[in-house]
Design a protein. Structure first.
Length: 258
């Protein structure tokens, strides 16, 4: 398993090196690998499909123009892309505030087709109420599955600050749901020792089968872990950019610019 992961990293570094030398086909593979992650990350921050697609396109365009600088940056390629997406989102919010004083992620209804059912909807709505870095960190930790070190590098903070902000965000969510015993227990559990088990599971959680494997690994935390992992798995898989958008993005960046 570890050997396979090392090979995957080596293959990706090879694609990055080729893309940095001007090989647009290699960059097309990187787009295909990470476009859903970048789109999902941005959508959770702006709650608008058209805007998420626009900012995703800008992220990969800037990534293409700066990829020759990547080898000197010791962070995973996805984290590097999300750093670009983060700054684009911040700049967009500044433009919005200069225009009408509003945050583009405030007051926007999530498209009905993408609304998670049942209890997930409450978590979704709560995430949308978080402000600034709190929302960013929850998305990066629970949706993008980044570790504290990578999040700290993206946001230009230290890992201790990231943990503290995450705690504050989870506490805010807890207060939102304090009238609901299930949600109160769910969010509260994330601020205790269960957080370590959660972090371990998030690193490998890609399917319902792996969810059950994680629960078997941490039987003492089963009751608290299950709702958190179900929510994380659902949020991670819920949103995908349209096939037409992916095809158009690849064509625009890897063919028309060649």
């Amino acid at each position: 398993m570890r050997s396979s992961k090392r090979q995957d990293v080596a293959n990706e570094l090879n694609l990055i090196a080729r893309a940095a030398e001007g090989n647009l086909e290699a960059y097309g593979y990187l787009i295909g690998k990470y476009v859903s992650d970048v789109y999902r990350h941005i959508y959770y921050l702006v709650n608008d499909r058209a805007l998420a697609e626009d900012l995703t396109g800008q992220t990969f365009l800037q990534g293409l123009n700066a990829i020759h600088l990547y080898p000197i940056r010791p962070i995973p390629f996805l984290a590097w892309l999300l750093r670009i997406a983060y700054h684009l989102s911040i700049n967009h919010k500044k433009l919005q505030k200069n225009g009408d004083g509003s945050d583009p992620a405030d007051g926007i209804e999530v498209d009905a087709a993408f609304r998670p059912p049942g209890q997930r909807e409450r978590i979704w709505d709560g995430m949308r109420c978080l402000q600034g870095d709190q929302r960013q960190i929850i998305v990066m930790r629970f949706v993008d599955r980044l570790n504290y070190k990578d999040i700290a590098q993206i946001l230009g903070k230290n890992a201790r600050d990231i943990r503290m902000t995450q705690y504050q965000a989870l506490t805010a969510l807890q207060q939102m749901y304090e009238q609901d015993d299930l949600h109160h227990q769910t969010i509260k559990s994330a601020t205790t020792m269960i957080g370590r088990a959660l972090a371990d599971c998030l690193d490998v959680l890609d399917s319902s089968e792996q969810l059950e494997e994680c629960l078997e690994k941490y039987p003492q935390y089963r009751e608290g872990l299950r709702p958190l992992l179900e929510i994380a798995l659902a949020l991670h898989r819920e949103l995908q950019p349209s096939p037409q958008f992916i095809i158009g993005l690849k064509k625009r960046l890897t063919i028309e610019d060649s």
